[in-house]
Design a protein around this ligand. Sequence first.
Ligand SMILES: NC(=O)c1ccc[n+]([C@@H]2O[C@H](COP(=O)([O-])OP(=O)(O)OC[C@H]3O[C@@H](n4cnc5c(N)ncnc54)[C@H](OP(=O)(O)O)[C@@H]3O)[C@@H](O)[C@H]2O)c1
Length: 301
Amino acid sequence: MIKAKLADSSQEYSRIIAGVMRWGKWGAKLNTKEIGDLITSCLDYGVTSFDHADIYGDHTTEEDFGAAYLDAGVSRSDMQLITKCGIKMLSPSCPDNKIKSYDTSKKYIIASVEKSLRNLRTDYIDLLLIHRPGPLMRVEEIAEAFTELRKEGKVVDFGVSNFTASQFDLLHSQIPLVTNQIELSMVQLQAFEDGTLDNALKHGVSPQAWSPLGGAELFKPQSKYDVVMRNSRLNEVRSDYNWTLSQMALLFLLHHPAHVSPVLGTSKSERIKSAVECLSQHITDEQWYEIWTASKGVKVP
Ligand SMILES: NC(=O)c1ccc[n+]([C@@H]2O[C@H](COP(=O)([O-])OP(=O)(O)OC[C@H]3O[C@@H](n4cnc5c(N)ncnc54)[C@H](OP(=O)(O)O)[C@@H]3O)[C@@H](O)[C@H]2O)c1
């Protein structure tokens, strides 16, 4: 498996990351044994980095994962654990939240990390992300929290998610960030054009792409993406090279010069294996533009 070194980090992450958002209560509802088996399969395929958030599964998925990897006898040091904080959800698990909102105060970040450490049954998190930017972010306070967490050995690397280029710069000016995890796929092209990827290139920071297959929507016959998928030229390109639709969507991301790491959402071992196969394949710039043109619905000017 190709490893991705994130900016100034001393750590290596797998180029393809396993997202666990849909493994538990919010999706496949895998049991402890099934989660353990899936973690083991990921590691066998070289997918060693796992993407969490405190809120996944209404605050249950980190705990499910922690129990499962211990049960499966997986060593903590064979994985990199990524998690996020900052979203206050309306949920029975958070009765004090009166409204859905964001909290990136020092106190909230530190309390959230302490909880993630307990749930994930670990004494350190490899990469902590601020889940979403908000108008009330006080960047000095975020930097203070990050500095304290690093000093205490509780978090190795820090990053953000869903930040615009200017929001990234604002926090990066206070404390070095190693990634921006953004929505990016052949059905969500915005970051290719709004400066987010340019900014990542400028800072030498590899972005992570969530919903790299556009979520399950990509595969629904009557969805808004159906027109892209039915594009005959695109399907010719795909069948010429024997790529599945998923592989084509991933190759489109992997080909970009910003060194994007797809965060897969599948809960199926065979789909993770098929994604990893993309790392030994290449598309040409012209094939990339075939996908781009079909996805945009218009030729380049
Ligand atoms: N930072 C953020 O704000 C943010 C937001 C959302 C998500 N994320 C992260 O990104 C990860 C990925 O997001 P995502 O789940 O939306 O990613 P995705 O990979 O685009 O979509 C995954 C969904 O597509 C389905 N799928 C995959 N291959 C398929 C196929 N060939 N045919 C039919 N269905 C197929 C999967 O079902 P199966 O399980 O059956 O394969 C799953 O339901 C999450 O787990 C989370 O870690 C981050």
